[in-house]
Design a protein around this ligand. Structure first.
Ligand SMILES: Nc1nc2c(c(=O)[nH]1)N[C@H]1C(S)=C(S)[C@@H](COP(=O)(O)OP(=O)(O)OC[C@H]3O[C@@H](n4cnc5c(=O)[nH]c(N)nc54)[C@H](O)[C@@H]3O)O[C@H]1N2
Ligand SMILES: Nc1nc2c(c(=O)[nH]1)N[C@H]1C(S)=C(S)[C@@H](COP(=O)(O)OP(=O)(O)OC[C@H]3O[C@@H](n4cnc5c(=O)[nH]c(N)nc54)[C@H](O)[C@@H]3O)O[C@H]1N2
Ligand SMILES: [Mo]
Length: 764
């Protein structure tokens, strides 16, 4: 792979964001939600969608018979939904989809590609919902409207002109429904490739891999009910107040019932400290429930050391569950020896947490064995992510904290249906049983060679091996690492296609020809050709599959559902080469669910069971103490203890989310809980690191990242002193994504190391 050169990689046309000049800095909050969250929800929804539509939208959000929230994947309570079962950030996601603004053909006639490239990501999103299929032809300065059939024929021509089906890449973002995702992967495999990278490759891939190889399932093993009755909940590398706000009401219930919460995070995030339930009088009045009893300010990537410390303390106290270990696991003696030979000095220095603290908390864990660990991107996006998560799993195996009520593993998923997309086949390397099932069901022969994951896809595009890039949702350019490198990669394609609801920067950094195919959002009514209303299904972070019924009027009469768009592309591309009736499947989702009920174990009688008000639960072998590993047991792997070392005089940068964004969609310029107003180009640093570098608060700096001898730069960012361990710093994604090296990936999972970037700073 040709290495990127040491040029300023933050090319202005790729980010278009400058300092606002209006930055305000206040004290970080010590509790999340409360009335400001209610006020913010209502403001977003009524300003963007209008009063009538906004009210209808909110009353149907996460209700039985309504639609699933398009924001995060946190589950809905089964028995006690309030009529406002949503959070501030769910309301923002919905407001963004239900906006009254439209990016019509007239908008594109008024704005050339060059004009659009001048806009910020926020402004692009503010253009509103896409209304018609649009094409950017080679040499043209504008996107122009075209008919749906012409769009499908264009895709078909380009795909069929490729030398090999492997010359096409089909990306998926985790918002696609089970029905759309299933039809998509069916088309892709029928066409002849497994090139199905998805956002999961950048997200929880490390969790799936660690769990599959240790306990034989790639998903969480707990339910909401388990969380409510756990003795101890560890929340590591996750910021629920912003990214999974509905989790806070579950945590509040747990705390009310006596659960001890331990937060593990370099930053004291507001949602970890306290919660003001906006639907309870005391919460709305500003009275917070304290959530985490203990807060461990771990060093960046110090988690593996911390969890090994817990294991060491438990072993030293003889607190392991010998019966569980003997009956259910393999590999324990080697792991035990490894832990015993690890020194406390090294554990303390890598984690940044004192032995006395680790031992004190290990005693609490040992006494009260119902342990659940929740984690997200703070654990998955590091070089040693798989080993770190396996260390978490080993702690659970050591004390038998899995497979019984109130105990287990809880990777908190991101996108609302990212888990379901995997279940139904969006994966570049699905297991053989899935291929065999597909082949049997449709009398086809799907290819078996693994396809490209996200990073491999970008590298292949860069090498000129990819002619067509198709995206089912998402914002590939801004979500991927190494923005400039990814932009070069996309520009080498002959065709780039985006199935999308709203305009984003990936639509402006395009192949020779580009298509925008506008689809219905999840909140919108989806009618069959016979006029009957139909619904889609999704799977939440705790493996509950349920229906989602759109209720709002579609943003434009020209929109098709994602499933119909996929069917149109498939039928035009494969014509008589395939016997699969794509158009029929795209019209009637019950037919797709019938196929799924015969293909995916656990989805039997799908159509019937998903019509039950709360849906149904997908089976989870580890939850029932069945170990679907080659060893037939839960596995203690021996992973060497490591922590990222950025090098002398460098800091470890993490790229994370503000309170005002959903991934690459920026809702606004504020980060209320961290006290930041009107600016996204900030870098949070320990005050002593600011001083030691001769910098001062509010000063503008250029950030340079260092990897394999290559430098990448992004500028300017304003220095904000903030409480965190020395050696760490943090900036928002996607502004800081140009700094994440394409070839810096987690071992085994290939997840870009968005939370472990070695950086230096220079004043500008
Ligand atoms: N409103 C909103 N909701 C969202 C999203 C959104 O953008 N906006 N995104 C969705 C998606 S796709 C996902 S994957 C999730 C993401 O949810 P999170 O994983 O919560 O997202 P991040 O903002 O990346 O936050 C990572 C957290 O980990 C901490 N952290 C960083 N490095 C380390 C480390 O080395 N160790 C430890 N222990 N902690 C560390 C950070 O300080 C931060 O609190 O949220 C989903 N929900
Ligand atoms: N530096 C850095 N990079 C990261 C991360 C990080 O923490 N740091 N996090 C990573 C993670 S966890 C993830 S999951 C990825 C996210 O990567 P993606 O999923 O690719 O990105 P999103 O920003 O969620 O995609 C937003 C776009 O989706 C489209 N969209 C919205 N709703 C719909 C819909 O219903 N249907 C369709 N077809 N399109 C729709 C809109 O056009 C919108 O602009 O980013 C990753 N990138
Ligand atoms: Mo994610």
């Amino acid at each position: 792979m040709p290495a990127p050169t040491d040029v300023p990689t933050d090319a202005p046309e790729l980010t278009r964001s400058q300092l606002s000049g209006h930055l305000t800095v206040g004290n970080p909050k010590t509790a999340a939600a409360g009335l400001p969250a209610v006020a913010s929800s209502l403001k977003h929804i009524y300003q963007r969608a209008g009063f009538g539509k906004g009210t209808k939208a909110l009353l149907n959000l996460n209700q039985t018979g309504g639609f699933d929230c398009p924001s995060c994947a946190w589950p809905d309570p089964e028995d006690h939904r309030s009529s406002f079962e949503f959070c501030e950030n769910g309301a923002k996601a919905l407001a963004s989809e239900a906006t009254a603004k439209r990016a019509t053909p007239a908008f594109f006639a008024d704005h050339s590609l060059t004009d659009l490239a001048e806009m910020s990501d926020f402004e692009l999103d503010q253009a509103g919902r896409l209304t018609q299929p649009m094409v950017l032809r080679s040499g043209s300065a504008h996107y122009q409207p075209l008919d749906w059939q012409d769009a499908f024929d264009l895709v078909a021509r380009e795909l069929n002109a490729l030398g090999s089906p492997d010359g096409a890449v089909f990306y998926t973002s985790g918002r696609a429904s089970n029905e759309a995702a299933f039809l998509y992967q069916l088309f892709v495999r029928d066409f002849g490739t497994n090139n199905l990278p998805d956002c999961s490759n950048m997200c929880h891939e490390s969790s799936g891999l660690a769990m599959n190889t240790s306990v034989g399932v790639g998903k969480g093993t707990v339910t909401l009910r388990d969380l409510e009755c756990a003795d101890v909940i560890i929340i590591a590398g996750q910021n629920p107040g912003t990214n999974h706000p509905r989790m806070l009401s579950t945590l509040q219930k747990a705390v009310d019932g006596g659960t001890h919460i331990i937060a593990v995070n370099p930053l004291r995030e507001a949602g970890l400290s306290g919660f003001m339930h906006p639907q309870h009088i005391s919460g709305a009045m500003g009275k917070a429930t304290a959530l985490a009893k203990d807060f461990l300010p771990v060093k960046a990537n110090g988690d593996m050391a911390l969890f090994r410390g817990f294991a060491k303390a438990l072993l030293e106290a003889g607190a392991q569950d010998e019966a569980f270990i003997a009956q259910h696991t393999t590999g324990f003696p080697a792991y035990k020896a490894q832990v015993e030979s690890e020194s406390w000095e090294r554990i303390e220095s890598l984690s940044g947490i004192a032995k006395s603290e680790i031992v004190r908390l290990a005693e609490i864990i040992a006494k009260r064995r119902k342990l659940i660990t929740c984690w997200a991107m703070g654990l998955t996006q590091h070089h040693n992510a798989v080993a770190t998560i396996r260390e978490v799993i080993r702690l659970h195996l050591l004390i038998g904290a899995i497979g019984h009520e109130g105990a287990g593993l809880c990777p908190v998923r991101g996108h609302s249906n990212v888990q379901g997309d995997r279940t139904v086949g969006v994966f570049e390397k699905m297991p053989e049983w899935f291929h065999a099932s597909l082949d049997r069901e449709f009398s086809i022969k799907t290819p078996r060679a693994p396809g490209y994951d996200t990073v491999a896809a970008i590298q292949a595009m860069h090498e000129g091996k990819v002619g067509a890039f198709i995206a089912l949702g998402g914002n590939f350019l801004q979500a991927a690492p190494d923005t400039a490198y990814t932009a070069e990669a996309l520009r080498k394609c002959k065709l780039t296609v985006h199935i999308a609801t709203k305009l984003n920067r990936s639509h402006l950094v395009h192949g020779t020809t580009a298509l925008l195919l506008p689809c219905l959002g999840r909140s919108e009514a989806d009618l069959r050709q016979d006029g009957e209303d139909q619904f889609v299904t999704v799977e939440d972070s705790m493996s509950v599959v349920h229906a989602s019924h759109g209720v709002l009027a579609p943003a434009s009469e020209h929109l098709l559902s994602e499933t119909q768009i996929i069917a149109g592309m498939a039928a035009a591309t494969l014509k008589h080469r395939s016997r699969i009736p794509y158009i029929e499947l795209g019209q009637d989702y019950d037919l797709i669910r019938d196929h799924l009920s015969r293909i995916v174990p656990g989805m039997e009688d799908y159509n019937e069971r998903v019509r039950q008000p709360s849906g149904f639960y997908m089976p989870n072998s580890a939850r029932h103490l069945k170990w679907d590993t080659p060893e037939g047991r839960a596995v203690f792997h021996t992973d060497e203890l490591t922590a990222f070392d950025p090098g002398a005089d460098r800091l470890t940068l993490q790229t994370f989310r503000s309170h005002d964004q959903f991934n690459t969609t920026v809702y606004g310029p504020n980060d209320r809980y961290r006290g930041i107003g009107n600016e996204r180009r900030v870098i949070f640093m320990n005050p002593d690191d600011v001083k030691a570098r001769g910098l001062s608060p509010m000063q503008s700096v250029r950030i340079t990242s260092h990897w394999n001898g290559v430098k990448r730069e992004a500028s300017p960012f304003v220095v904000i002193p903030y409480e965190m361990p020395r050696g760490c710093c943090a900036a928002y994604y996607p502004e800081a994504s140009p700094l994440v090296p394409i070839d810096s990936m987690a071992a085994l999972s290939h997840t870009p190391t968005s939370k472990s970037v070695a950086v230096t700073l220079q004043p500008v």
